[in-house]
Structures are given as structure tokens and as C-alpha cells.
Design a protein around this ligand. Structure first.
Ligand code: SF4
Length: 229
């Protein structure tokens, strides 16, 4: 499992993949990457300390991900991230959080003491598809609600049942309401959710220009940030 990398192209930053408690929701229809969670806090703290010791602060920006939300990281790990921010002169963090923790983001910003770019797994702004098919448990109704709390939505494209119109609308919303975003191209996994290859082909052709858009990162594999495995 790769747990540290430097992202050099868009939004240059160091990135670490840490271990946290199991995702408090844990029921998204497409998700099978919660195998990296643990109930063993001591084990997670030890591993996270080793990974964080690799951070150099070379780019002044650090992204911390875990298979869940940053609020599911052990408290000692959060303290260690804060110490690393100070000792390595890090000026900005990227964290991920589920919608259910939206009222806690400000507290985390105060705790870390530096600006945090909060990502959220929106998957799609089509409320029916997100809630009824993907079972995301993020029952917001409008993009404005998301933008009130979060900085950078993660969208998912290429799922069977999704339409071109849904994806076009999602891309428009991403550009209109947010400065940053991530698009994950869905790859088949152990869940019953399936990839629509024709839709992926259409997306890659129509949105090839995103390659040169500094504000949108497109991931074709879960490991495209150089962590995971
Ligand atoms: S919120 Fe994230 S980690 Fe939790 S089940 Fe959904 S996709 Fe998986």
C-alpha cells in the first residue's frame, strides 16, 4: 500500500493516505474501499505517525486522505498533523469529509490553524441518482448548500444508469459554484454498481480539455494520486 506521494502537476502538494476508523456511514452502493479502516486506534496511530514522518513540507501544501472522513482519524493523529503543519511550515491542508460532518468543518479549521480546502464526495448533483441509486446519504438539494461548507466536490462519472445530461449538468455546476474539483472515472469493483464504458468514452472525448484545466483533477484509477493500491 503506497501511503505517501508528491503530486507535481495540478495543485502541487504532498499527499498522505492515513488510516482511520470505519466510515460512520459506510453504506454507499459503489464503495468497497473501506477495507483500509481499523478499529485498532493504536495500530492506526502508529502507522499514521510513520507516514506523517515522511512529510517534508517541500511544497507548503499537504493533502491528508483516509478511507472515510478526516473526522474519523484518531485524535492523536490529528494532533500530529497539526504539529507537522507547524514544524514543516505547511500553509494549506486538503482534507476530505462527508456531508454529515459539515457543521464540524469550522472547528477543524480552527484546530489546524491554517486554511483547509475541504473536499466532499458529492458524486453527482442529481439528487435522485445520488441518494436513491448511490445511497450517498448527502441529502442536500442545491449546489449552493454544498458550496456554503465545502470547497471542492468530488464527482463520479461512468456509472451505469448515469446519463450524459447528468454529467454535463454536474460539470457546469462544478465550474459555476466551485474553484476546485475532482472527477473520478468509475472503475468496476466488488460492488454491484457497474461501469458504463460507452459513457466513459464519451466523457473522455468531450471533456478532454480538463487535462489542461488547473482547477479540475481527473482520476482514471483510484491510485492516480500515487497513493493506495
Ligand atoms: S462516505 Fe465514503 S467511505 Fe463512507 S461508504 Fe460512502 S464512499 Fe465509502
Amino acid at each position: 500500500m503506497l501511503r505517501y506521494n508528491i503530486i507535481k502537476n495540478k495543485n502541487p502538494r504532498e499527499i498522505v493516505l492515513l488510516k482511520g476508523r470505519p466510515c460512520a456511514w459506510g453504506k454507499c452502493a459503489f464503495c468497497d474501499y473501506i477495507g483500509d479502516n481499523t478499529e485498532d486506534t493504536a495500530e492506526a496511530e502508529k502507522l499514521n505517525a510513520e507516514v506523517l514522518s515522511r512529510v517534508t513540507g517541500c511544497l507548503g501544501v499537504l493533502e491528508v486522505i483516509n478511507s472515510g472522513s478526516c473526522f474519523e482519524l484518531p485524535e492523536k493523529t490529528l494532533i500530529l498533523i497539526r504539529e507537522t503543519v507547524k514544524s514543516k511550515n505547511i500553509k494549506r491542508l486538503f482534507f476530505e469529509s462527508h456531508w454529515m460532518y459539515r457543521k464540524m468543518l469550522q472547528k477543524m479549521r480552527s484546530f489546524m490553524g491554517i486554511p483547509i480546502t475541504f473536499k466532499i464526495g458529492v458524486e453527482t448533483f442529481d439528487n435522485d441518482f445520488r441518494e436513491k441509486v448511490l445511497r450517498k446519504n448527502a441529502p442536500f438539494k442545491t449546489p449552493e448548500e454544498v458550496a456554503r461548507y465545502f470547497d471542492s466536490p468530488c464527482l463520479m462519472v461512468g456509472i451505469r444508469g448515469q446519463t450524459k445530461e447528468m454529467i454535463d449538468r454536474d460539470m457546469d455546476i462544478l465550474k459555476k459554484y466551485f474553484k476546485l474539483g475532482t472527477v473520478n472515472v468509475f472503475t468496476n469493483n466488488s460492488t454491484p454498481v457497474k461501469r458504463d464504458d460507452a459513457l466513459v468514452g464519451w466523457f473522455m472525448e468531450k471533456y478532454a480539455c480538463l487535462e489542461n484545466d488547473p482547477s479540475v483533477e481527473v482520476l482514471y484509477e483510484n491510485t492516480d494520486f500515487g497513493v493506495g493500491g
